[in-house]
Design a protein around this ligand. Structure first.
Ligand SMILES: Nc1ncnc2c1ncn2[C@@H]1O[C@H](COP(=O)(O)OP(=O)(O)OP(=O)(O)O)[C@@H](O)[C@H]1O
Ligand SMILES: [Mg+2]
Length: 289
């Protein structure tokens, strides 16, 4: 544990930045599992870090949390340790490559939604410390059709939906869009087509999904971009390093940097303001009550 002076300095720094920044919250999900959510979340987060942002990634994949494995770091604490041990959010956060910070939901995280009010409140109070501290918080969820993932999605104003060009993945992605639309039609859904064989294939997949969504749900879904199908991704996974670091000039890394540019370019005046982390935590609190 760090010494008190260090903790105090950090906290003073945080409370000053707290007044300045609005923290953006993005939930990353998919219809089908295994389409690349965790790799996209991690490398996109690093892409944001490269632009100077302070980014925290939070693993809420209830079954198969593995962002730490992808970064080659071993997690000492999980979110629920805040309740079981007398420690704070700052004690459970790990620092990964390039200063990217990481919170592990842990396998016990399923209990989160069943905890009593006082405990949930304590956790949400701790998570709200990220408000103003981080520019962006990214949640890596399990596939969107699970009940728990859906609860996080429904509390988020901004959702990245990852799919591959495979017909089964596209169908499942559409099912998630439909589910979100029926419960919270104002959610901003942004498509990421991962493992695209070519620009043409990526665009064709995205156009198919956006057209069907417009036609049958009357809903506009944006396309954030495409990530190339690239053997560097699985190479990097085996080395337990993010591909943006292990293979910075690979097609997948270049795709991620274009996604980041598209994302940052999207934040134009005129675009509907999203509520960010603050609104997310309020909605979770209301949902659990
Ligand atoms: N762009 C890509 N190019 C090539 N292979 C990829 C790409 N993206 C992902 N993969 C492969 O798919 C595997 C699964 O990726 P990842 O763990 O990120 O998926 P996931 O959607 O998070 O899975 P889960 O639903 O189990 O959480 C990777 O280990 C890698 O081998
Ligand atoms: Mg995953």
């Amino acid at each position: 544990m760090r010494d008190q002076a260090e903790q105090l300095r950090e906290r003073i720094g945080r409370s000053t930045s707290n007044n300045r920044r609005q923290t953006r919250l993005i939930t990353v999900t998919s219809g089908k599992g295994g389409v690349g959510k965790s790799n996209v979340t991690l490398n996109f987060a690093l892409g944001l870090v490269e632009t100077g942002q302070k980014v925290v990634i939070f693993d809420v994949d209830l079954g198969l949390a593995n962002l730490d494995v992808l970064m080659g770091i071993s997690t000492r604490h999980h979110l629920l340790d805040i309740l079981q041990q007398d420690i704070s959010l700052w004690d459970i956060m790990e620092t990964g490559p390039k200063g990217l910070q990481f919170i592990a939901g842990g396998s016990g995280f399923t209990q989160f939604l069943q905890l009593d009010d006082r405990k949930v409140s304590k956790l949400l109070d701790q998570l709200s410390l990220l408000q103003g501290y981080a520019d962006t918080v990214l949640l890596d969820t399990g596939a969107g059709i699970s009940k728990e993932s859906m609860q996080f999605i429904l509390c988020s104003d901004e959702v990245f939906l990852v799919t591959t060009p495979e017909p089964t993945a596209i169908t499942d992605a559409y099912a998630v869009i439909k589910m979100i639309h029926s419960r919270n039609p104002h959610t901003q859904i942004k498509l990421i087509i991962n493992r695209s064989g070519s620009y043409r294939e990526g665009k064709h997949t995205a156009d198919k999904l956006t057209m069907v969504t417009k036609q049958f749900l009357g809903m506009d879904v944006q396309t954030l971009g495409f990530v190339d199908d690239d053997p560097s991704v699985s190479q990097a996974v085996k080395q337990q390093q993010p591909f943006l670091i292990a293979y910075p000039h690979s097609p997948a890394a270049k795709s991620i940097r274009s996604l980041v540019r598209a994302h940052l370019g999207n934040t134009n005046p005129g675009q509907t303001e999203v509520g960010g982390l603050r609104s997310f935590l309020t909605k979770i609190r209301d949902m659990i009550r």
